[in-house]
Design a protein around this ligand. Sequence first.
Ligand SMILES: C[S@@+](CC[C@H](N)C(=O)[O-])C[C@H]1O[C@@H](n2cnc3c(N)ncnc32)[C@H](O)[C@@H]1O
Length: 191
Amino acid sequence: MPEDYFRRVSPRELFTNGAPLEVDLGCGDGSFALALARHHPDRNVLAVERLLGRVRKVCRRAHQEQLENLRVLRLEARYTVEWLLPLHSVSRLHLLFPDPWPKARHHRRRLVQRDFLKALHDILVPGGEFLFKTDHEDYFQWTKVEVAASGIFKPVDWPADAFFYPQTDFEKQWRAEGREVFRLRAVGKES
Ligand SMILES: C[S@@+](CC[C@H](N)C(=O)[O-])C[C@H]1O[C@@H](n2cnc3c(N)ncnc32)[C@H](O)[C@@H]1O
């Protein structure tokens, strides 16, 4: 729980060890954040989720496994990025299977928008990365266009075996149904 929701937290309020910070935005059941924290004890992982039941479940599992490098924040994703996280503090932000808002009249509710990308760029360290996955092709195309149009991110290759990247339970379920998963990796350009 941040002491004050109306100012940016300082990096030391999140973690005291200064290790690289990775953010899992809309972490759901936390399967990705937990696996990442387990695999990389030398990195800090902040999982963000608005539903209390899911937050409690991830906290419980992190506590059981004594994962000192995982914290869970119960807060709205856009607010977290735009107003709460410290500037130039995040090495990678993961946005995995966000709500696609398929109807055209709801597209403005999609998390990926020009102002969101600008705020995301502001919290990334130089050379920090945005990693995005979706099962929704239209949202994928939308994100590609927004990222290119932002002018502040450069898409980069993301080969399957580039680095450790666990599938969430949600992704495993989609793939088991034979559905395609689309992914995008972009590096923040130096400003
Ligand atoms: C489809 S699930 C994907 C969960 C997880 N990323 C995965 O891949 O398994 C989307 C998650 O994002 C959360 N979520 C949706 N909108 C959010 C918002 N505005 N702020 C925080 N969490 C949000 C939902 O509660 C849900 O847990």
